[in-house]
Design a protein around this ligand. Structure first.
Ligand SMILES: Cc1cc2nc3c(=O)[nH]c(=O)nc-3n(C[C@H](O)[C@H](O)[C@H](O)COP(=O)(O)OP(=O)(O)OC[C@H]3O[C@@H](n4cnc5c(N)ncnc54)[C@H](O)[C@@H]3O)c2cc1C
Length: 601
């Protein structure tokens, strides 16, 4: 067992499942589902709650637990391994869309960034028609999630962080020498230092926490933080896949009576069923149960029970592009763990022995900026207006307000130690094998592209048709182009510029110069089209919005047209925020738990 990990309590036998009297069934033991089920078990002591997870529990899996092994679970048995359809606006490239298939869900696979967006972006959820879903309530619930270690230190102040929650967060104790150049370099470009960026104002350059336990330095995620504190009235069943929600007509509405598993077993819930299967699968479960667009259901051969056109639509995601730089001799990066097996083994042993180790490393250096700060408002604001004019979506129109708002970040740049680009680290046969790199990853915070995800069959085992429609409007590709140019500006500014010898990707010879110009813009644009990827933040496919605005759930997270079927996960976020989204997902779970405990369906 990995050091310091609390033990999970799993149901000893499948026979538990046949209990006739579950109050709530939560489908999906991921980020939101495990947190929600835990809180329900604590708040509804006399109710029996069932949490169903398709994947296994993996409490001893080093690839999950060791922060420095982040990313190594992608493409493994712990990943659903979804892919998009060819993206027509991105040279027909197919993008990967990893999702956790393990107790803890995507919180077991993610890269552990722990941050928040600006106040106004949560207030926007309320302004879109969801009473009480605003900054004040979200920060209350998001703080309830976490226990942050490191307040009032040189890396963080005290605003916007919580201290009593089960999820452990810390700003990395391992900061490579080259990363120390980050803040002064970005400050030199006119971006202010902000060491309280989780308090509702993320603009600036900063250190940010990771979801990492601060004593043993293991990943802190929903399965090892929430579930161990759950009441004995929570039954957790892993390797158990739900095929559909069972519904009966009740007046003009549908009432959920329970679920059918993929092996045909029926389990009943007398109070409610809650979907927490995530942005890619919660809409699919609705569709498999007869809730969704008539055309989608007809094509899949499923009888429609509720016409709900918003199901699977409004898909939004953050896109990234990265550049990388070969460090001067004398600097050592995280890459040493890939080119020096002996050193890597020693460092892993140190981690196992609970000692300071390079395997502690997660990224902790970021900047979040608006268009003014990178000097491109005059290009980007008209493009945002054009994108909004072409759309009927209420979320798109709300988003237009952000384009001029100086408090709302449009671009994120992450300093990531080691190589994280697209062409690959030099192979062992290359003379460059053994170089040390750092990468600058840009993320577009408010893309106007909207995509969708739908089932393509009534067979739950068939993967959904996922189309995020990346770069489907000019705003988004131009945003990526401007953001990468900004990243190049950072890299070529002192003092960071003094730490590297050459740009490994794309290369100063491939795209020369630091200024702007048609040829240079075209080259960066092409680079973005060739190398962009997702940051893996899909949201919005069961949007919390009024029915007339294309919503799937109401402000109580109840699916429109049903009495007692809720969705609680990233899919309910109506409009993506300028942050990595796990803090919001956990916050939504905490908010939902309190709502359900006070007023079950
Ligand atoms: C590789 C990666 C890196 C990321 N990095 C970061 C980061 O650094 N910081 C950050 O803030 N966010 C990050 N994210 C995003 C963040 O982790 C997710 O948005 C969030 O965890 C989603 O939570 P969720 O509860 O909506 O879904 P999940 O956590 O994905 O949970 C869904 C669960 O439902 C289960 N399930 C699905 N269908 C069924 C079924 N039919 N029956 C039973 N169970 C089912 C799944 O197996 C899964 O466990 C990353 C995501 C990924 C994938």
């Amino acid at each position: 067992m990995s050091p310091g990990l609390p033990r999970l309590r799993l149901s000893p036998s499948r026979s538990f499942v046949y209990l006739p009297d579950y109050a709530q069934i939560v489908v999906g033991g991921g980020t939101a589902g495990a947190a929600l089920a835990t809180r329900l078990s604590l708040g509804l002591e006399h109710a029996c709650i069932l949490l169903l997870e398709a994947g296994p529990a993996a409490p001893d899996e080093l690839k999950i637990n060791v922060p420095g092994m982040k990313g190594s679970t992608l493409g493994t048995v712990y990943d659903w391994n979804f892919t998009t359809v060819p993206q027509t606006h991105v040279k027909d490239r197919v993008f990967t869309a990893p999702r956790g298939k393990v107790l803890g869900g995507s919180s077991a696979l993610n890269l552990m960034t722990w941050d928040r967006a600006s106040e106004g972006e949560y207030d926007a959820w309320e302004e879109l028609g969801n009473p009480n879903w605003n900054w004040d309530s979200m920060i209350h619930y998001m703080k309830k999630v976490e226990n942050f270690t490191g307040a009032n230190t040189p890396t963080y102040g005290s605003e916007g962080v919580g201290f009593k929650g089960p999820l452990q967060t810390v700003i990395n104790r391992f900061i490579p020498e080259q990363q120390l150049l980050w803040i002064p370099t970005v400050e030199g470009l006119g971006v202010p230092k902000n060491l309280e960026s989780l308090g509702g104002n993320p603009i600036g350059v900063m250190w940010q926490p990771s979801s990492v336990e601060p004593t043993h330095y293991h990943r802190s995620y929903s399965a090892n933080s929430y579930l161990p504190i759950a009441g004995s009235n929570l039954v957790v069943l892993t390797n158990t896949r739900v095929a559909k929600i069972n519904l009966v007509k009740s007046g003009k509405q549908q009432r959920a009576t329970g679920v059918t598993l993929s092996d045909g077993t029926v389990i009943n819930a007398w109070s409610e069923v809650i979907l927490s299967a995530g942005t890619i699968q919660s809409p699919g479960l609705l569709e498999l149960s007869g809730i969704g667009q008539a055309s989608v259901l007809k094509k899949a051969g499923i009888k429609q029970k509720i016409e709900l056109p918003g199901v699977g639509e409004n898909l939004q995601d953050h896109v990234r592009v990265q550049t990388s730089y070969q460090l001067k001799p004398g600097f050592t990066s995280f890459d040493i763990l890939r080119y020096n097996a002996t050193y890597a083994a020693e460092q892993l042993q140190l981690w196992k022995d609970n000692q300071f180790s390079r395997y502690d490393y997660t990224g902790s250096a970021y900047t979040f900026v608006n268009w003014d700060q990178i000097g491109v408002s005059s290009t980007m604001v008209p493009l945002a207006k054009k994108a909004a004019a072409a759309s009927k979506s209420v979320t798109v129109h709300k988003q237009l307000e952000y384009a001029r708002d100086k408090a709302v970040p449009q671009v994120e740049v992450i300093f990531s130690d080691g190589y994280t680009g697209s062409k690959g680290y030099p192979p062992a046969t290359s003379p460059l094998f053994g170089i040390n790199l750092f990468s600058l990853i840009i993320g577009i915070m408010h893309p106007f592209s909207r995509g969708n995800v739908h089932i393509s069959s009534s067979d739950p085992d068939v993967k959904p048709t996922l189309n995020p429609n990346y770069f489907s409007n000019e705003h988004d590709i131009q945003a990526a182009t401007e953001a990468i140019k900004f990243a190049r500006r950072i890299a070529t500014s002192a003092p960071l510029s003094g730490a590297w010898v050459s740009e490994y990707e794309p290369g100063l010879d491939v795209i020369p110069g630091n200024g702007t110009g048609t040829a240079q813009d075209a080259a960066w644009r092409n680079f973005a089209l060739d190398t962009s990827a997702s940051i893996f933040h899909p949201v919005g496919t069961c949007a919390m919005l009024p029915l007339a605005k294309g919503g799937v759930v109401d402000a109580r997270l109840v699916v429109h047209g049903t009495k007692n079927l809720r969705v609680v996960d990233a899919s309910v976020i109506p409009l993506i925020v300028s942050a990595h989204i796990q803090t919001a997902v956990y916050g939504i779970a905490e908010f939902a738990a309190e709502m359900i405990i006070k007023r079950p369906c």
